[in-house]
Design a protein around this ligand. Structure first.
Ligand SMILES: Cc1cc2nc3c(=O)[nH]c(=O)nc-3n(C[C@H](O)[C@H](O)[C@H](O)COP(=O)(O)OP(=O)(O)OC[C@H]3O[C@@H](n4cnc5c(N)ncnc54)[C@H](O)[C@@H]3O)c2cc1C
Length: 701
C-alpha cells in the first residue's frame, strides 16, 4: 500500500532519468522564454516516445502508475501538459504520437475553453460541456501569458463529438488526482531546494539551517509533503478502483491538500533563501509560480473544500470509509465486537468522572484477549499480530473512547522486562502484567527533567545488597492504581548524564513512597510521586547498573506506533454528523473548515499506517514515527479548537449539562487535545528529530 511496485519504481526511474536530462531548471527557463511559452518539445517527445500516452489510453498503466509519473514531472517542473494529455488519452482511449490532445479542466465557457494548459500546441481538446465529455479540434484564439503557464491558450473547439469512456465528472477527478501528484512532487523538490540552501548558507558564523525556527518549519513541511504524496497516491488508487466509494472525495481532497502544501513549501523555501530567493537567477521562484498557478487551475481553492464537504457528507454519506487489507479488516471487526461486549457507557463515564483512564474490568478483558502483547512474537508470549494490525487495534480503542492508559503502560513495561529484566521479573512479574493482575506506571519525568529526561536527579544509592532511593517524580500517571513503577534513577552523578542512570521496577507498596494527585485541564488525573529512603533489593534492578538509558529504549524493538488518530478522527466525524443534522453544513464557512479537518485526518491516517507498514517490514526509522506523532496531535489541537468555534456559544457547555452540544465531546477535546502535543515527546522534540535525522540539519540541542 505504501511502497511502489517494481514496475512503478522502474517507471519512476526512467521518467526521472529523462527529466534530469531535459527538464533542469535552466531548461525550464528556456522553455518559458520560448514561443509558445512554457513548452519543451524535447520533454514532450521524450515522454511520448516512452509510450506513456499509449499506456494511459490502453489502461496498461493505471492511475496510480500515472500518478508516479506526475510526481516526477512536478518535481522537474516539466514544461509540458502531461497531466492534461494523460487524462485526454484515458478519456478517448486513443493516443497518436504526432498529435497533442489535452484535457481542459475548466471545460467550455461559451464556445471557448479558457486558459488551457497545452492549448497553444494542441491539435484536439477534450472538455466537459455541460453533462457531456466532448472532444474536438482545437482552434487557437490567443496565447496567454500567465503566472506560470504551460503553453496556455484560450481555445475554440470544432467538430465536436461525445466521448463516453469517462463521465465529465470522472475525467475532472482524474485530472485532479494527477495534478495533485504533480503538486506533491513539486512540493518535495521545492523543499529539497530550501533544505540544501539552509545547510549551505551561513549567517552569524553558523549554517542558517541550525536555527531552530527554520528547522521546525522545515520539519512541519517535511511531514506535510510526505502526507501530500501519500494522499495523492491513495486518491489515485481509490479512483482507479470503481468499487471504492471514496475515490471522488479523495480526488478533491488530494488536489486541495497537495496544492496547499506545494504553495506552502515553495513559499517557505523562497523565504529561507532570503533576498536571493527573490532574484530571478535563483530557481526557487520557478516553483513558487508553478505551484500557485497549478493550484488555481480550478479557481479559488475554497471551492474545492466545499466540494469535499458535498462529497463527504451529502446524499447520506458519512465521511470516508477506508479499508485495510482483509486480515487487518477481520481483526478490526474482532476488536469492534470485543468493544461492543466490554466497553459500556458506564465504563467511559466512570473514567471521565474520576480522570483515571483505566477500568479494571476492561483491562482484565483486554489482557485475557491477549491484546497487551498482541504485537509481540509468539515465541515470547505474544499473538504475533503485525504492526498494521496493532495500529488498527489501538485506533479502534482510541476511536471508541476506551480508557486505556493502563494498557499502553503495561505493554511497555512488560516488553522492557522481557528484553532486559532478570529471571524473576520475566517469569513472575511479566505473566502477572500480561494477565492484567499487575498494573504499572512510569516514573521518568521530574520537576527538572521533562523533555530532557536524561537529566533525572532521583538518586539510587547502594546499601549492601539493597538500593536506597530518594527523589521526586512528576506526572506519574496511574501511580495510585499501579503495583509497580518503572523508575529511572541516577546512580552515578559523576558520569555524563546519559551514562549514570539505572532503571528499577519498584513495588508501589514499598515504604517511603507517597502519592499526591494532580488534576489536569483535560480532566485526566496524574500524580506527583515522592520517594523517601525507599529500600529495594538489587533484584528490583532492570538491566545493568548505569545502563538505564538503553533499558528505557529497549522496548522500542516492540514499538508499534500508536499515535492517536482514532480520537481526533471521531471528533471530526461527530461534528460533521451534527452539522448535517442541524443544517450547519449549509453554511459554507462551516463546510469549508470541516472539509479541511477531514482532509487532515485522512493525511494523519495515512501517516499512521505508513509508519506501521514500515515497522511491519522492519524498515521504520525514528523519523516516520516522529512525523506521525507531530502531525496528529497538532491536527487534533487545531481541529478541537476550530470545531468548538463552529459549535458557537453553547459549545462551552461541558459533558453533564443536559443541552451540551454533542454531549460535551468537543468541549472536552478542546481541553484535552493540547496535552497530546506534550506527552510522549512534545511537538518541538519531534520537530528536532525530523530536522536532524530526516533532513540532516545540524544538531541544535
Ligand atoms: C497528563 C500527563 C501525563 C503524563 N504522564 C507521564 C507518565 O506517566 N510518566 C512520566 O514519566 N511522565 C509523564 N508525563 C510527563 C511528560 O512526558 C512531560 O510533560 C513531557 O516530557 C514534557 O516535559 P515537561 O512537562 O517538563 O516540559 P518541558 O520539557 O519543560 O518543556 C516545556 C516546553 O519547552 C519545549 N521544549 C523543551 N525542550 C525543547 C527543545 N530542545 N527545543 C524546543 N523546545 C523545547 C517543550 O516542547 C514544551 O513546549 C505526563 C504529562 C502529562 C501532562
Amino acid at each position: 500500500m505504501f511502497e511502489l511496485t517494481e514496475e512503478q519504481t522502474a517507471l519512476d526511474e526512467a521518467v526521472g532519468r529523462l527529466l534530469a536530462k531535459t527538464s533542469s531548471p535552466g531548461q525550464v527557463r528556456e522553455a518559458e522564454a520560448a514561443d509558445p511559452s512554457g513548452f519543451s518539445p524535447a520533454v514532450w517527445h521524450g515522454l511520448v516516445d516512452m509510450g506513456l500516452l499509449d499506456a494511459a489510453a490502453s489502461r496498461e498503466a493505471g492511475l496510480p502508475d500515472l500518478a508516479v509519473v506526475c510526481l516526477r514531472a512536478g518535481a522537474h517542473l516539466a514544461p509540458v501538459p502531461l497531466t492534461e494529455s494523460l487524462v485526454a488519452a484515458r478519456a478517448t482511449g486513443a493516443a497518436d504520437a504526432n498529435r497533442v490532445v489535452v484535457f481542459s479542466p475548466l471545460g467550455i465557457d461559451g464556445a471557448i475553453a479558457p486558459l488551457v494548459s497545452g492549448g497553444a500546441v494542441a491539435d484536439d481538446i477534450v472538455a466537459c460541456d455541460g453533462d457531456r465529455l466532448v472532444v474536438g479540434a482545437a482552434g487557437r484564439t490567443r496565447s496567454r501569458r500567465t503566472l506560470s503557464g504551460i503553453a496556455t491558450c484560450d481555445v475554440t473547439i470544432g467538430d465536436v463529438r461525445t466521448v463516453d469512456r469517462l463521465t465529465p465528472e470522472h475525467a475532472l477527478d482524474e485530472w485532479r488526482v494527477l495534478a495533485a501528484a504533480e503538486l506533491a512532487g513539486l512540493a518535495r523538490a521545492a523543499l529539497d531546494l530550501g533544505v540544501a540552501y539552509v545547510k549551505d548558507r551561513h549567517q552569524f558564523g553558523v549554517p542558517i539551517g541550525s536555527f531552530q525556527s527554520i528547522q521546525h518549519r522545515l520539519a512541519d513541511l517535511h511531514t506535510a509533503v510526505d502526507g501530500a504524496r501519500l494522499l495523492a497516491l491513495e486518491a489515485a488508487s481509490a479512483l482507479e478502483d470503481e468499487g471504492d466509494p471514496d475515490g471522488p472525495a479523495l480526488a478533491v481532497m488530494a488536489f486541495d491538500y497537495c496544492g496547499q502544501i506545494a504553495e506552502g513549501a515553495s513559499e517557505a523555501s523562497l523565504h529561507f533563501h532570503g533576498g536571493y530567493g527573490f532574484m530571478l537567477e535563483y530557481d526557487v521562484q520557478l516553483y513558487v509560480r508553478r505551484a500557485k498557478a497549478r493550484r488555481l487551475a480550478l479557481g479559488d481553492p475554497r471551492l474545492q473544500r466545499l466540494e469535499i464537504a458535498r462529497r463527504l457528507w451529502r446524499h447520506g454519506r458519512t465521511g470516508l470509509d477506508r479499508k485495510l487489507d482483509p486480515e487487518t479488516e477481520a481483526f478490526r471487526s474482532e476488536v469492534r465486537s470485543f468493544l461492543d461486549e466490554n466497553l459500556t457507557d458506564a465504563v467511559i463515564e466512570r473514567a471521565h468522572s474520576t480522570g483515571t483512564m483505566h477500568d479494571p474490568q476492561l483491562h482484565k478483558a483486554i489482557a485475557t484477549r491477549g491484546y497487551l502483547a498482541a504485537g509481540w512474537p509468539r515465541d515470547v508470549g505474544g499473538l504475533g499480530r503485525s504492526a498494521v494490525e496493532m495500529t488498527a487495534l489501538m485506533q479502534e480503542l482510541y476511536s471508541a473512547g476506551a480508557p486505556v492508559d493502563s494498557m499502553g503502560i503495561a505493554s511497555l513495561v512488560a516488553a522492557t522486562l522481557v528484553l532486559r529484566g532478570n529471571a524473576h521479573q520475566r517469569t513472575t512479574i511479566v505473566p502477572r502484567i500480561l494477565a492484567g493482575s499487575a498494573l504499572c506506571c512510569l516514573g521518568y519525568s521530574e520537576p527538572d527533567a521533562g523533555s530532557d529526561v536524561a537529566a533525572v536527579q532521583t538518586r539510587a544509592v547502594r546499601d549492601g545488597d539493597d538500593w536506597v532511593i530518594n527523589g521526586q517524580k512528576m506526572f506519574t500517571t496511574m501511580a495510585h492504581e499501579a503495583n509497580y513503577v518503572l523508575l529511572l534513577t541516577r546512580t552515578s552523578p559523576d558520569k555524563p548524564k546519559h551514562k549514570g542512570l539505572t532503571m528499577f521496577l519498584v513495588p508501589m507498596d514499598s515504604p517511603g513512597i507517597e502519592i499526591t494527585p494532580v488534576h489536569t485541564l483535560g480532566g485526566e488525573r496524574t500524580n506527583i510521586t515522592f520517594y523517601t529512603d525507599v529500600h529495594v533489593p538489587d533484584s528490583c534492578r532492570v538491566g545493568d547498573v548505569d545502563d538505564g538509558w538503553s533499558v528505557m529504549h529497549a522496548a522500542l524493538v516492540y514499538e508499534r506506533n500508536s499515535s492517536n488518530w482514532g480520537e481526533p478522527d471521531r471528533l471530526v466525524r461527530e461534528v460533521a454528523a451534527w452539522a448535517v443534522q442541524t443544517g450547519a453544513l449549509d453554511d459554507p464557512l462551516v463546510a469549508e473548515r470541516l472539509a479541511a479537518h477531514a482532509t487532515a485526518m485522512e493525511v494523519g491516517r495515512l501517516l499512521v499506517y505508513r509508519t506501521a507498514a514500515l515497522a511491519a517490514a522492519g524498515k521504520m526509522t525514528p523519523v516516520e514515527g516522529s512525523m506521525t506523532q507531530l502531525f496528529l496531535p497538532e491536527a487534533f489541537t487545531r481541529a478541537a479548537s476550530d470545531l468548538l468555534d463552529i459549535l458557537g456559544a453553547r459549545g462551552v457547555l461541558p459533558h453533564g449539562e443536559d443541552d451540551a452540544p454533542l454531549g460535551g465531546l468537543v468541549e472536552h477535546a478542546y481541553r484535552h487535545s493540547t496535552v497530546t502535543t506534550i506527552y510522549g515527546g512534545s511537538s518541538e522534540i519531534q520537530r528536532g528529530i525530523i530536522a536532524e535525522r530526516g533532513l540532516g540539519l545540524p544538531r541544535t540541542r
